[in-house]
Design a protein around this ligand. Structure first.
Ligand code: BTN
Length: 246
């Protein structure tokens, strides 16, 4: 319960010491008609990432899923992923970590030539063509996770700056997220400001093949515009299998 957990956020919080996946639990609650509930766990035993990948979620992290019932079409839902990335990046910077967003949904910390992943976001939804019935935004933050428990290429707040107060950090993420969801027009500009992707030459693997060029802009609800030799190509967030610098 929100008050008991000590979170003063515009969401009700259901906390679990250990759960298979907060996204799975949130989907159950969403199917029961719930909204503005956050499922939060210390540890996940069956965490899920994008594209059916596994997501390692040991004790010490912030693993949470937000249930929303917005009046938007499914095509607008990627904007919630961007909002989650902005919210997490802002909270990390406040905590003194020099985090940046990599399109579409990763929050990274750069060390020399390598980017290490601090946060992943998995947005899922159900609904009709013209309106979603629910959206679940899953945010996985390697907060106070020990180096030995991190997967290759990952970092944690503990590694970057030392342990954070997870209650305070979670509250900041939820407050920022709440502010952005009530002001959708602010999402893309905020994202642009915190992103590390624009202005770089990138290669994106999509279901339709590879796109190579300079990442020049992002458009609502999260489409990346790549200037290729043959002109601009737009890639939707959901269609990105992999993005790397070239
Ligand atoms: C990715 O980068 O592939 C996305 C990772 C998303 C992980 C979070 S942790 C909380 C929520 N529950 C899950 O099972 N996954 C998301």
């Amino acid at each position: 319960e929100a008050v008991e957990f000590g979170l003063d956020a515009p969401f009700e919080v259901e906390y679990h010491d250990s759960i298979s996946s907060t996204n799975d639990r949130a989907r159950e609650l969403a199917a029961e008609g719930r909204e503005d509930v956050v499922v939060l766990a210390d540890e996940q035993t069956g965490g899920r990432g994008r594209l059916d990948r596994e997501w390692t979620a040991p004790s010490g992290g912030i693993w949470l899923s937000i249930i929303l019932r917005p009046t938007v079409p499914p095509a607008s839902a990627p904007a919630f992923t961007l909002a989650a990335a902005v919210a997490t990046t802002r909270a990390a910077r406040e905590a003194g970590v020099d985090a940046a967003i990599k399109w579409p949904n990763d929050v990274l910390v750069t060390h020399g030539d390598t980017d290490r992943k601090l946060t992943g976001i998995l947005t899922e939804m159900e609904g009709e063509a013209d309106r979603v019935s629910w959206v679940v935004v899953g945010i996985g933050i390697n907060a106070n996770v020990e180096a030995a428990d991190l997967v290759a290429g990952a970092t944690s707040l503990r590694e970057e700056t030392g342990d954070v107060n997870r209650r305070v950090f979670t509250q900041r993420v939820l407050e920022e997220f709440h502010e952005l969801r009530s002001d959708p027009d602010a999402v893309v500009p905020a994202w642009r400001e915190l992103a590390d992707t624009l202005g770089r030459r990138v290669r994106v693997d999509t279901s339709g093949g590879e796109v190579v060029g300079e990442a020049v802009d992002i458009e609502f609800p999260g489409t990346l515009v790549i200037e290729t030799d043959d002109g601009p190509v737009r890639v939707s967030a959901g269609d990105c299998e992999h993005l790397r610098p070239v």
